[in-house]
Design a protein. Structure first.
Length: 308
């Protein structure tokens, strides 16, 4: 009788152990799935970020006589809360004014100090040309910002009265954005075009509102989980590899985003800085994944190539 009781007890212990094991396994699977779902699809690895950064130095800045540009002059820094408020504002305007805002474009420009930069403008899809067209609102009028054109003309009575064009130093008017855009054309695109003939030269990179929100939420979550004190989003110019399989993105200019603290641009949950990984040795020796990365890329490039 005692043997049977011991057997039943052993069976009960076995079942309990099996049950707990199943629960633990299910919890682990759920946590893994949650983490995967919470990671934006466009997160890239440290190696990819370093490669984009180095390609910009080697194939753009060096080509046009700007190879001595300091790392500090390559950082385009947006405050995290300001960026979050901006995206929220676009969503509010989308509903209140019934404008089909699809996202925002990083428009390439040159600031008043002669530094290459990027400004944010809301976008709506131009169905005819099949691209995400930037716009603003001034004096109550909808004003398109056709960054598919080489140069733009200023408009009369331009004033910043809706706060729709965001720069790293605050909001801009249409004419201020036009001046920065035209300066990029003359100081960066034209000198490069004399050396390298391409079907088109990128002047903007588009992300949807959901992509911006997802990335911001991802950084806030990782900041809390890993005590990283992320306070901003740093934007950098990059260039894709000269790989035919990339098709239109082959050797194309882009921008990528990374997390920012008060002191550094960080690209991983371990606090690794972008500056520390942008060496040839790192690029060729380290083959990492996007796990734990804080860097975001793969936006839609604009303007589109001309169609016949």
């Amino acid at each position: 009788m005692k043997k049977k009781m011991i057997s039943f007890a052993s069976l009960g212990l076995l079942c309990a152990t099996f049950f707990l094991s199943c629960v633990t396994k299910d919890q682990a699977t759920e946590e893994q799935l949650e983490n995967e779902l919470a990671t934006p699809a466009k997160i890239i690895s440290n190696t990819q970020a370093a490669t984009l950064f180095q390609n910009d130095q080697n194939t753009r800045l060096s080509q046009i006589g700007k190879s001595n540009t300091r790392f500090e002059d390559k950082v385009i820094r947006f405050d995290l809360s300001t960026l979050e408020d901006y995206i929220s504002r676009l969503e509010t305007i989308k509903t209140a004014k019934n404008i089909p805002i699809t996202g925002a474009n990083f428009i390439f420009g040159v600031d008043t100090d002669g530094k290459r930069t990027a400004i944010l403008m809301p976008s709506t899809r131009n169905a005819k040309l099949d691209y995400q067209e930037s716009f603003t609102i001034e004096n109550g009028q909808f004003q398109t910002f056709k960054h598919v054109d080489s140069l733009l003309q200023p408009i009369q009575n331009s004033q910043n009265d809706e706060n729709l064009i965001l720069s790293t130093t605050g909001y801009l008017s249409y004419n201020q954005a036009t001046e920065m855009f035209n300066n990029y054309q003359t100081q960066y695109i034209q000198p490069f075009a004399k050396k390298v003939t391409k079907e088109y030269y990128t002047k903007a990179v588009w992300y949807s509102l959901d992509e911006f929100k997802g990335y911001i939420n991802y950084l806030k979550k990782k900041s809390n989980q890993h005590n990283l004190a992320i306070t901003g989003v740093d934007v950098f110019f990059g260039v894709y590899n000269n790989d035919p399989s990339l098709e239109l993105k082959s050797n194309a200019q882009t921008v990528f985003m990374a997390a920012s603290t008060q002191q550094h641009t960080i690209v991983s949950t371990t606090g690794k800085s972008l500056q520390s990984i942008t060496t040839d040795e790192f690029i060729f020796k380290e083959n990492d994944s996007a796990d734990g990365s804080l860097t975001y890329n793969m936006g839609q490039l604009s303007p589109p190539p001309p169609r016949g």
